[in-house]
Design a protein around this ligand. Sequence first.
Ligand code: AN7
Length: 365
Amino acid sequence: MHSAIAKSQRSRGVIDRYREFLPVSASTPIVSLGEGNTPLIYCQRLSKRVGRDCRVFVKNEGVNPTGSFKDRGMTVAVSKSLERGANAIICASTGNTSASASAYAARAGILCIVILPAGKIATGKLLQAFVYGAKIVAIDGNFDAALRIVRDLGESGDFAIVNSINPDRIAGQKTAAFEIVDEMDEAPDFHLLPVGNAGNITAYWAGYREYQVYERSTKSPVMIGFQAARAAPIFYNRIIEKPETIASAIRIGNPASWKQARAAIAESRGAIDVVSDEEVVAAQNWLAQQEGIFVEPASAASIAGLFKCCESHEAAYSFQKIPEASRIVCTVTGHGLKDPDAIIERMEELKPLAATTNDVRRAIG
Ligand code: AN7
């Protein structure tokens, strides 16, 4: 009986679990793939890097149905679009939004149109949009240009926009903060996450604040966001015309939720900072090899950021004097298998040996 209950819990999505906090009613048709309820993993080696008896937890959003946090927002956005009678959704994307939108549209039985910067989408994400049956349009321009086109097309009324300018997306994504508080029985002291279009930092902050208002927690965390060094409009406080980074998911020069991100940082007394591509790649490898968690480059920005807070004099927020035994959560936003190309380049070719135990033993060394 117990295991049957546990099983039914696992297959429930975020609308089912947090319905009272979401803009849905009894007549909303729920489109879900069992998103959310992702692991909050205590990381011993990461905690050790921070020191001071601090405890670091990684919220692994890569294990969502399409491999990223976007699914939390997409279940709400697509359900609401369906309720309003839409028969097509549209989004601009650096990859994960399009993968998620395509899957939920397929599940809903409606058309999904995705506008992508040509040649800048990680292989796994493009493959997802294709296999879920989206209409894919590549443009000679970056994400910011794609989002401009989506805004124009959305105004025609023919398509429901499912980018995070749609408030239903933010509403769904705030459930990640709820899960963290529910599991820890309190909000963490610090929350670190990557920032691209700045929807997720906006959503987490809304979720933490809401739970505090409902007295599920007594505090809200300090929010610290990390942008890629050459794609850091919020950090530099100006639009970046030609953003560049290996973390293609956050290759964004003019974030839609810029103001909301600034508010979250100010209200939480947090910070926005930058991490270099080298730091991102090093953190991605470190997390895989030291903690067994394989994330895509953009997601590793929160880990690279944590290292910077602990170890760099240039950090926008220093962890050198934070209270002992602080609890820190880093969100890792997407699965590592989505973006294999740079890693494949580093792998050595495997030359097959003779199929004998002795040959294999010698190779192991
Ligand atoms: C893995 O898919 O913007 O700051 O179009 O895929 O809420 O934008 C993806 C963003 C972080 C940044 N990590 O989140 C898109 C898109 C991963 C991401 C972000 C994204 P926001």
